[in-house]
Design a protein. Structure first.
Lengths: 157, 724
């Protein structure tokens, strides 16, 4: 290897190591990834609006990729086939930023919310997360105001 | 779907679906000139939530219930271990013999640049798509490693398919990819160690243990395995006991690296890499292992990976934007890293650019890395999906971009040794399938090109027997560059023997074989015919014993696709070429036949030609065309004297010709309906004459209306003098 190549080689490795050290030092110190909130949340449904009331409790299943969420509302005794289907095609999507959760979409997986020949109703969920608990408002397209809810994360994952 | 099967049955049904679909999609991708493996990866994705799960979530959930997934996982891990062993086995130090220094420099820089860009990209991606359980260092390392992968096996196949393996570019790319592979695996091992312990410092014991194990394998392990090669040479075959021993070794090595804290795949790869590269042993071992692994287990890995790929997660424009950014960073980093390093090493622009595209091939190596990352939780499902897209795009684009920067003509210039520079006036291309049985075909081509009389003054003409090595499968050992080379050398030997046996021997040097790798014989023939400006393609045909499609298959494809004049030769084992028969019908294909017949008359002085016309009750006799009279007028008397033009009365033209062919050595017929020869309807009715003709037969099909097969020969001075 000639001198020019060697200089180029050593130089580029040096630069990359320096860059990597600097970037990781900066990243470790300043960048924070979002808290993991993925899981299944059991939500008591007595007070929930519309068709949600009939399933007690409903389960909010959240899948997470950083700040991006996908989720589905399921009934408690859902078959594993529907749960798998909901994992493959989640009916809600949203974000989890600055400790604020936002989800919206359809209620495709709740049988009580399906009426023949009609689209599944839409739902909006906003909330915050602390210590395995999800707190917030849930709103169906039919009702103008949101209803407060609390959900507790199942320990089994 | 309420049926409930035993888990084993469910898994087997899944396997059935997976293997079937990946074959179909894989072969579909082959048709569009892409590696089979991309098709298999795509098939896996189609079975997952990206398509099947999206369209029919309930059915997809019923077909792939969660309790079966661990079983698929185990099968795919086993497949992966043995696949990695095969990759290691294929990694021959021979690839490094040329320009090792350049290769190390280029490949390391081609890792460093995308790695750095990946690190910088993680500043943006980490807060968005990672979660707090993952340290930034691990994330950055992983993303960097994912960006810098080059898939040696896919690259090696692309190189072989383009006949580049012996060019400077090909050798360099192979060496780079080999170095790259090893380096990237080390980088990945580091990333895994850091992810598992969550810091560089704590990963140190794992790293040291890995280095110790690699050293052990490369020294003691290698030495012990050498005995295997000695043993193999003595016994001459790989017994099942030895195979069992080797497979146990693979598993032990895989488990060791897993226990050290890196991953199963490294141990398997390492064992493959330190196996003695005894050609016989390696080939037999690879062939015994690969069929089951590649057709059965690897598709399961792709499906397993596809089940985790969820394109539906990219559900907002910003995410597509990020995905695009990931793809761009990967491409740009790899391309420019390679390009700059190659230029610094003194490689010219075009080669450097082609190398940049080649090194971008990430293929399934990337998929292996990503699945490890997803399993460890260091990359999220969303990032996994983006990186899978990146792997697909970068692999998909390699072949077309390589073709764009490095067109086939260019490749040829760098490989083919220039011959003595005569510019032949006439070129005949002879595709041959079996060098040992097609001597008659080549003799005919020689007679057409320059005559077979030793005393005949040599025409400026060349006959090129054309032989293809077909690489049917993507990953099989047979299609590795070294193996393809071995097969090319064998075929070259066969063709050289064939040329040596041709008469007269002083014309042997005008017979110049072309041998190359190709999967599509008809298309490659057409390309070479255009590239070399061949005047005629002459191809042999044997009637298949059990098929009604007589002129179909490869000959039919060449006949209907080659953009040059084509002659199909049906050999009835006649050694002489003294009595030619040409059934005449006024059409362009017969004109071609006539021109070839006249070439034979001029080239071989003992030959005479009967141009036969048949008069039927319902059809008047075919008049000679203007072109025919024109041609006759141009012929010298010495040739014209040897042409007879009888007319006979008969009920059926074809029977009359069959009858006349009994007296001929060679019948030449233009492809036309009268003889049941019509190139548009090759197949069942196509070739009555081909079957019934009693002499050897040449069927001619005209493509070019302007090319004349007589120009080079009628203007030569020897004929001018003979004319007077």
């Amino acid at each position: 290897m000639n001198l020019k190549s060697l200089t180029f080689y050593v130089g580029s490795i040096g630069i990359v190591v320096a860059l990597f050290s600097f970037t990781t030092a900066y990243g470790e110190a300043n960048l924070k990834a979002s808290t993991k909130i993925e899981g299944r949340y059991r939500i008591p449904a007595q007070n929930l609006p519309g068709c949600l009331k009939d399933d007690d409790p409903v389960v909010l299943m959240i899948q997470q990729s950083g700040v991006y969420l996908s989720a589905s509302l399921l009934s408690k005794n859902e078959t594993s086939q529907t749960i798998t289907a909901a994992r493959k095609k989640p009916s809600l999507s949203g974000t989890w930023e600055e400790q604020k959760l936002e989800l919206s979409g359809l209620l495709s997986y709740l049988d009580d919310c399906q009426k023949d020949g009609e689209r599944s109703p839409t739902v909006k969920i906003e909330g915050t997360f602390s210590q395995n608990n999800l707190q917030g408002k849930i709103r169906l397209d039919s009702s103008p105001t949101g209803i407060n809810f609390t959900g507790k994360r199942d320990s089994e994952q | 779907m309420t049926m409930h099967f035993d888990v084993v049955v469910q898994v087997l049904i899944q396997v059935l679906l997976v293997i079937g679909l990946s074959r179909i999609v894989g072969l579909g991708f082959r048709r569009i000139k892409q590696p089979l493996v991309i098709g298999e990866i795509v098939a896996g994705i189609l079975l997952g939530p990206s398509l099947f799960g999206m369209v029919a979530p309930e059915t997809a959930a019923a077909v792939f219930p969660p309790e079966t997934i661990p079983f698929l996982g185990v099968l795919s891990q086993i497949g992966l271990i043995f696949f990695m062993f095969l990759i290691g086995l294929e990694l021959d130090p021979k690839y490094l013999k040329n320009g090792l220094n350049t290769a190390i420099l280029v490949s390391h820089v081609s890792i460093l640049v995308p790695f750095s860009l990946g690190t910088i990209l993680s500043l943006l991606l980490y807060p968005l798509v990672s979660s707090d359980g993952v340290s930034f260092t691990a994330f950055a390392l992983f993303l960097g490693a994912a960006m810098s992968i080059t898939a040696f096996p896919v690259l090696a196949r692309i190189i072989t398919e383009n006949n580049l393996q012996n060019s400077r570019l090909g050798a360099l790319a192979l060496a780079c990819a080999a170095v790259d592979d090893v380096t990237a695996w080390c980088l990945l091992a580091l990333a895994i160690a850091v992810t598992r312990t969550n810091s560089m410092i704590e990963a140190l014991p794992t790293i040291l243990a890995s280095v110790a194990y690699i050293t052990l394998m490369a020294t003691v392990g290698r030495k012990l395995l050498k005995h295997l090669a000695t043993y193999y040479d003595r016994v001459g075959k790989l017994s099942q006991s030895v195979l069992a021993f080797i497979y146990m070794g693979v598993v032990v090595s895989a488990v060791t690296t897993e226990l050290i804290g890196i991953h199963l795949i490294f141990g398997a790869f390492l064992l493959g890499a330190v196996m003695p590269k005894n050609p016989g042993l390696t080939r037999e071992l690879a062939q015994k292992t690969e069929d089951f692994v590649l057709t059965f287990l690897l598709p399961i890995f792709f499906a397993y990976s596809g089940l985790r790929t969820q394109i539906g997660l990219l559900n907002r424009p910003i995410l597509w934007g990020l995905c695009l950014l990931v793809v761009l960073v990967a491409i740009v980093g790899k391309y420019f890293g390679t390009y700059v390093a190659a230029r610094v090493s003194g490689i010219d622009k075009r080669d450097a650019s082609a190398l940049g595209w080649l090194m971008n091939t990430r293929g399934l190596t990337e998929l292996i890395v990503l699945n490890i990352g997803l399993s460890l939780g260091v990359i999220s499902p969303l990032l996994f999906t983006m990186l899978v897209m990146m792997a697909l795009v970068t692999t998909f684009m390699t072949s077309p971009l390589l073709e764009w920067t490095y067109p086939k003509q260019q490749i040829r210039k760098t490989i083919v040794k220039p011959m003595d520079e005569i510019e032949p006036g006439y070129r005949v291309l002879v595709p041959i399938a079996n060098p040992s049985s097609q001597r008659g075909l080549i003799q005919l081509a020689m007679a057409l090109a320059f005559g077979n009389m030793p005393s005949q003054p040599r025409r400026a003409a060349i006959v090129s027997p054309l032989s293809f090595i077909q690489l049917e499968e993507d990953y099989v050992y047979e299609s590795t560059p070294a193996e393809a080379d071995r097969r090319l050398a064998i075929r070259q030997g066969q063709l050289d023997d064939l040329v040596q046996s041709l008469e007269p021997s002083d014309l042997q040097k005008l017979v110049r074989p072309i041998i190359q790798v190709s999967n599509d014989v008809a298309r490659a023939t057409a390309q070479i015919a255009v590239r070399d400006q061949a005047d005629l393609v002459i191809v042999g045909w044997h009637r298949p014993a059990f098929s009604s499609n007589r002129l179909g298959g490869r000959v039919g494809q060449i006949l209907s696709t080659a953009p040059v004049d084509v002659a199909v030769y049906i050999d009835r084992q006649t050694s002489k070429l003294e009595r030619l028969l040409l059934p005449y019908v006024a059409n362009i294909h017969t004109d071609l036949g006539l021109e070839l017949a006249v070439r034979l008359l001029i080239n071989c002085q003992n030959t005479d030609l009967t141009i036969l016309r048949v008069a039927c009750d319902d059809q008047p006799v075919s008049e000679f065309s203007y072109e025919f009279h024109n041609l006759m007028a141009r012929l010298p008397n010495s040739v014209r004297d040897r042409i007879a033009t009888p007319i006979i009365q008969a009920d059926s033209p074809i029977l009359a010709v069959v009858d006349a062919s009994k007296m001929a050595d060679l019948t030449i017929a233009g492809a036309s309906r009268e003889w049941g020869l019509d190139r548009q309807t090759l197949g069942r009715y196509a070739d009555e004459l081909a079957v019934r003709c009693r002499s050897s037969l040449v069927i001619t099909r005209r493509y070019s209306h302007v090319a004349s097969h007589l120009t080079s020969i009628l203007t030569s001075t020897s004929l001018e003098s003979g004319r007077n």
